[in-house]
Design a protein around this ligand. Structure first.
Ligand SMILES: NC(=O)c1ccc[n+]([C@@H]2O[C@H](COP(=O)([O-])OP(=O)(O)OC[C@H]3O[C@@H](n4cnc5c(N)ncnc54)[C@H](O)[C@@H]3O)[C@@H](O)[C@H]2O)c1
Length: 416
């Protein structure tokens, strides 16, 4: 079995982390028990491009134990947990990824996964699927793919709009049991975690500017507010901006917020949200980080050009002395800071996201002739994941009575 990781000897450390995460991923554990006995993926190859974390390890081990041959590369050069990669290799997964790999290595590792001619592809951000669209030879056996995040889904829908998509994709991000929890509570908590691990500063009393009030931005803003920060939201969508106002946040353009903030977090999925023009207006000593998928939200190239001196302060934190004499601090090189400076989302939310991944790949296997399109996760899967999650949390809910069902499907019963 081929692989390319930092150090296989790290596997014992990885094993402890993966088991710890599994203890908090009861739905993944349940699916493992349900589908490993009759090896439903025997004879199938799965190629995945995901953050190589302990939670991902539990997803790929589900596929492996259900009979699949799995290869895995990283979906970000800074998110790989090398000890987890070592654990996976020890357990028969072909892993290609090292924390801190160069852009060239990152794409070489994506190619390694492509070369294995997968039947199913699991992507996070769309880099693997995009690569496979440029290499006809590597996509010969593909039945379908899944996409984990908002940015990846946008890219794939654009690809399909241009009639260039070559196989069906299930947009796992669009499951309610994914974005309402992973994007909101996962990104909310892990962004704070990344900031604190890299800086150890006090949040109470700080002015925090959150760019983007989508599902990630909402979670980030909510958590900063609850820790005593004064939060400003920057948006381009009237509805989202209105929601932010009524949720109790200050809302203003980035040009105004730039002068006020102590901490800036981008989570828009867009490019050039904070450019050198905004940076020049900022106070001395501000901290900037990005929790959106790609490292394009803060213009790092412009910052580098406008920098007189740069030094590493702590893990995940760099000081830039700008040409105007001010200092700014950048988290995780402008890459998604919750993975670059911390460990990404907690296992409890990845439990639901990855249950959707597992069941969506099973759905693609059971429906091998889907037309080429970007599909939402079937509602039954979404509901099943919510049901399993509540069951494993030992939470019971009510059911509709026959009379209530009849009432809800009627039109003639009004005011009594
Ligand atoms: N860090 C993580 O672990 C993690 C987890 C999930 C998603 N993501 C990524 O985070 C990003 C946001 O995801 P989401 O699910 O919140 O998306 P979303 O579509 O729900 O929200 C994005 C918001 O940003 C706003 N926006 C766009 N351009 C803007 C600009 N120039 N200035 C201000 N606001 C702008 C949009 O109007 C929208 O409200 C995506 O790149 C997604 O892939 C990261």
């Amino acid at each position: 079995m081929e692989y390319s990781i930092k150090d296989i000897k790290l596997f014992r450390e990885g094993e402890k982390k993966v088991i710890w995460a599994l203890n908090h991923m009861p739905v993944i554990e349940k699916l493992r028990k349900l589908y490993s006995k009759n090896k439903i993926f025997k004879g199938y190859k799965i190629g995945a491009c995901l953050h190589i974390t302990s939670e991902t390890a539990n997803l790929v081990m589900n596929f492996k134990q259900a009979g699949a041959e799995v290869s895995l590369c990283a979906s970000n050069p800074l998110s790989t947990q090398d000890e987890v990669a070592a654990y996976l290799v020890k357990n028969g997964i072909s892993v290609f990824g090292k924390r801190g790999e160069s852009s060239k290595e990152y794409y070489r590792n994506i190619e390694e996964v492509g070369k294995r001619l997968p039947h199913f592809v699991i992507d996070d951000g769309g880099d693997l699927i995009t690569f496979l669209h440029q290499k006809e030879n590597y996509r010969k056996k593909i039945i379908g793919a899944t996409e984990e995040t908002t940015t990846g889904v946008i890219r794939l829908k654009n690809l399909h709009k241009q009639k260039l998509l070559k196989f069906p994709v299930v947009a796992v991000n669009n499951a309610k049991t994914k974005y309402l929890f992973d994007n909101r509570y996962g990104t909310g908590q892990s962004t704070i975690d990344g900031l604190l691990r890299a800086t150890n500063i006090l949040i109470a009393g700080k002015i925090v500017v959150v760019c983007g009030y989508g599902w990630c931005g909402k979670g980030i803003a909510m958590r900063f507010k609850s820790m005593g920060a004064r939060v400003i939201i920057v948006e381009v969508d009237h509805l989202k901006a209105l929601e932010a106002v009524m949720d109790g946040f200050w809302v203003m353009p980035i040009s105004e917020a730039s002068k006020l903030g102590d901490i800036f977090i981008t989570a828009t999925g867009n490019t050039s949200v904070i450019t050198i023009n905004e940076i020049k207006m900022m106070k001395n000593g501000v901290i900037l980080g990005n929790s959106g998928h790609f490292n394009v939200e803060i213009k790092m190239d412009e910052i580098e050009k406008y920098t007189r001196n740069k030094k590493r302060i702590r893990n995940g934190l760099y000081e830039y002395i700008l040409k105007n004499g001010k200092k700014i601090y950048i988290l995780g090189e402008g890459r998604l800071l919750n993975l670059a400076c911390a460990e990404g989302h907690p296992p409890e939310v990845m439990d639901m996201s990855f249950a959707n991944q597992f069941l969506s790949i099973k759905y693609l296997k059971e429906n091998p002739s889907l037309e080429i399109n970007v599909y939402d996760v079937p509602e039954e899967i979404d509901k099943q994941v919510a049901k399993y999650k509540l069951e494993t949390m030992n939470i019971k809910i009510d059911t509709l009575t026959e009379q209530q069902k009849k009432y809800l499907s009627s039109w003639n019963l009004g005011t009594l």
